[in-house]
Design a protein around this ligand. Structure first.
Ligand SMILES: Cc1cc2nc3c(=O)[nH]c(=O)nc-3n(C[C@H](O)[C@H](O)[C@H](O)COP(=O)(O)OP(=O)(O)OC[C@H]3O[C@@H](n4cnc5c(N)ncnc54)[C@H](O)[C@@H]3O)c2cc1C
Length: 342
């Protein structure tokens, strides 16, 4: 027998999104475990509502009050789940803070996630856009995850192949959108660990520190130092990290652009296409450090939109649309927002 979930009405989401946007939820529930999700599904009035699964709110732009049910994932726990010949399997509950989890793995002598240190948000959201940074992405160390399927009411285990991870992409943005709540995630951490210094800025930070054979902790410390220097702290100025994905274009398109813009920053991809640095494109359009109303573009990072104080989601969206239009006009390239727009 399920008890009635403890729903709050008119809850402010301001402290629950890193943009610091002041929006309210018609209904709000702190989800401590599966029993809460089952109770929601067994309640016809709640099931009929639109749902928003919320983690750390660091990849969200709230453009209005949310007329539905916010399921705020707060389930906690980290445990070694087993091992294979080559890997240790570690499972973390969705509500665990991502950076806290990465530090837990390092403290327990389980390297592999160090390049993803200090990414804000929770473990349960990390697979949604296959978080990535400094030459690594979640998919590199992913084993499997469990979802609560709101359609069937079942718990399902999904493999890496099923999750269809891509660049800031996964099945959760497509077939399983609005249907799956990620409950926990299991990582496969290699027993024979090798440092990943593919990202040039990270390699030079390690070299600058005079470290010849870095440990995973050294790499984590270097990533933390670079990120702290480069990215605005949401506790000080509201933001959701990179607001745009780096657009991927064909080699022909990239060569045509380079002919007109020799300084274009681009990175060749394994399939021969090119990823363009969206921050460079935005900077070239003169947006770095500029504002439109209370929303602005960060002074150091043109890819990061910020709330300069009291911005609404609509203000941020208006700025984003203006930037998209300018980049399209200047380079014939369409930028796509990275955060989920609600
Ligand atoms: C300063 C800063 C730097 C950042 N740097 C990076 C970076 O380097 N690389 C990177 O990839 N991202 C980065 N981000 C973006 C963000 O941190 C990640 O996308 C993170 O994984 C979002 O986690 P969250 O818990 O805050 O998700 P939320 O913002 O709460 O949610 C994001 C999306 O996931 C869904 N969701 C959340 N939890 C679940 C769940 N348990 N089940 C199903 N759906 C769920 C939500 O419904 C929403 O659609 C950065 C953000 C900030 C503010």
């Amino acid at each position: 027998m399920n008890s009635r979930p403890d729903i709050l009405h008119g809850q402010s989401l301001r402290a629950l999104n890193t943009f610091g946007i002041d929006a309210k939820a018609t209904a709000y529930l702190r989800v401590a475990g599966l029993e809460d999700l089952r109770a929601v599904r067994n309640d016809p009035a709640l099931t009929a509502m639109q749902r928003l699964v919320l983690g750390g709110g660091s990849n969200l732009l709230l453009t209005r009050d949310f007329d539905g049910l916010v399921l705020h994932m707060t389930n906690l726990g980290i445990a070694v789940a087993g091992e294979t010949e080559d890997h240790v399997l570690v499972t973390a509950q969705a509500g665990e803070n991502w950076h806290g989890f990465v530090q837990w793995t390092l403290q327990h002598g389980l390297p592999g996630l160090e390049n993803l240190s200090l990414i804000p948000g929770n473990v349960g959201a990390a697979p949604i856009q296959n978080i990535g940074a400094y030459g690594s992405e979640l998919a590199d160390c992913f084993h499997s995850l469990q979802i609560f399927d709101f359609e069937s009411g079942e718990i399902r285990t999904l493999t890496k192949q099923y999750c269809a991870f891509g660049y800031r992409d996964s099945v959760f943005k497509h077939d399983l959108r609005d249907r799956a709540v990620i409950v926990d995630v299991t990582f496969a951490l290699a027993k024979r660990w090798q440092p990943n210094l593919r990202y040039a800025e990270l390699a030079s930070e390690i070299a600058m520190r005079g470290i010849a054979s870095p440990t995973a902790k050294d790499i984590s410390d270097a990533v933390i130092a670079i990120r702290t220097r480069k990215l605005p702290d949401p506790a000080k100025i509201g933001n959701a990290g990179s607001f745009f994905k780096n657009p991927v274009v064909s080699a022909e398109k990239r060569n045509a652009l380079t002919a007109h813009h020799p300084a274009l920053v681009s990175y060749v991809q394994p399939d021969g296409s090119y990823k363009l640095a969206a921050g460079w494109l935005i900077d070239q359009c003169g947006w770095k450090g500029k504002s439109l109303g209370a929303a602005g573009v960060h002074e150091k990072q043109a890819l990061v939109l910020v709330n300069r104080g009291g911005a609404t989601g609509a203000d941020v969206l208006a700025l984003a649309h203006q930037i998209i239009a300018d980049v399209a006009q200047g380079f014939d390239v369409m930028l796509e927002p990275e955060p989920v727009i609600v």
